[in-house]
Design a protein around this ligand. Structure first.
Ligand code: CO
Length: 168
């Protein structure tokens, strides 16, 4: 049927146009997402509580950040002697040995071994209601490397830890 054929052709053209428009929209969305992704995150913002937990299991930062800021808020109420929290960053493979060295360094050292090359960054240790921060250069991290953040208060690093994902 000639009439049917004409109808089908028009319908097919419309479908092609719709597909084309959809593709353009998808491409535009992908570009926007790509741009948003490219904006580097230079802050590690964590909350620690009286249940010996960080609020995040993973944080992503960029090695291109001239300076990365660690911001830690202890949202609990327990004193530093009982439920102290800090944020230490190292390669994941060094987590347990750095935590052990931290315990050896003791409370006066904030449970962080001094002049230890494995420690890439560390905040002071704080108790409930307090906030602290520390800064370090993004170039200390390598994009795609395996890093962790954790608390070195005795006994905490086993569960009070997360993955630090590093992008370019
Ligand atoms: Co802790």
């Amino acid at each position: 049927m000639p009439l049917g054929s004409t109808f089908d052709l028009t319908s097919s053209l419309e479908s092609t146009m719709k597909l084309f428009t959809t593709s353009l929209l998808a491409a535009a969305l992908l570009t926007t997402a790509g741009m948003a992704h490219a904006a580097p995150n230079c802050t590690i913002k964590l909350k620690g509580d009286d249940r010996m937990q960080f609020d995040l299991k993973s944080v992503t930062v960029s090695a291109s950040c001239p300076s990365i800021t660690i911001e830690l808020a202890h949202v609990g109420k327990m004193p530093v002697q009982a439920m102290g929290h800090n944020v230490v960053i190292s390669a994941t493979k060094d987590l347990s040995t750095v935590a052990a060295a931290g315990i050896k360094a003791g409370a006066a050292a904030g449970y962080v071994p001094k002049a230890d090359a494995r420690v890439l960054a560390a905040t002071p240790i704080i108790g409930g209601g307090a906030k602290t921060s520390a800064k370090f250069a993004g170039k200390r991290l390598k994009a795609g490397g395996d890093y962790s953040f954790y608390c070195t208060f005795p006994g905490h690093s086993a569960i009070m830890k997360g993955k630090l994902v590093v992008t370019k």
